[in-house]
Write a new protein. Sequence first.
Lengths: 167, 105
Amino acid sequence: MLSNIIFFTLSLTALGSAFAMIYFRQPINSALSFIVTLLSIAGLFALLGGSFLFLVQIIIYAGAVVTLILFIIMFLNIKEENLPHEPYKGRWILFMSLLISPFTAVLISSINSMEFSILHLKDFGSIKDVGMELFNHWVLPFEMVSILLLIALIGVIVLAKKEESHD
Amino acid sequence: MIDVGHFFILAVLLFSIGMVGVISRRNIFVMYMSIELMLNAVNLVLVALSHHHEDLNGQVMAIMIIAIAAAEASIFLALFVMLFKNARSLDANFFELLKQEKHND
């Protein structure tokens, strides 16, 4: 019974703040409501038993990625005239929701026709279990992700550094 | 009682909201955050499947997706800084200059 209340609260918060994120005009309001979405998704991970993933979601997504977005938004010093001119934003969102809703309805009806296990509250994604799985069966993808992060680091430095004047 | 299917329905709805955001907005920050929202919906599906099968592979895949999203975030934000330096605008329509001009001569 308690898990029902937690699930519906978190999912309504996630859906509402996700919609607010795509509706706000100022990017800083969008980023702040995106943090709310990410935190409620982290709560859903905890409800599904992934305690390590709950921590990772809060530390990396809400803590690092969105903070980086907020930092860049403040660094760019965005004025009103720098924002794109979107006079028909509400109509666009309404029209695209109508266009996408049939696909969503098909997916939801196909999910409803399947049988799933009832949610049981059990912690099976602790740090030890995930670490054993990661370093026993996922070593090669793990190392490749570390190389990918290094490449991203170098690429960002090359992109963002000041260009030398060629004259 | 809620089951794993409810989590799937929520993930589908979040993915649809993200897709609407990517298509209908022109502010590149909102487009980027919508892409991140779609990645999070996929993560939710993976973790729900991992709960359904009582198998940890789904959670490890979700961790990989989070690491790749962090790498992607840095590249995206460097591109935003460059775009803002060059165009003084956050409008995604700036990239229209990449399209091919028609030669009617």
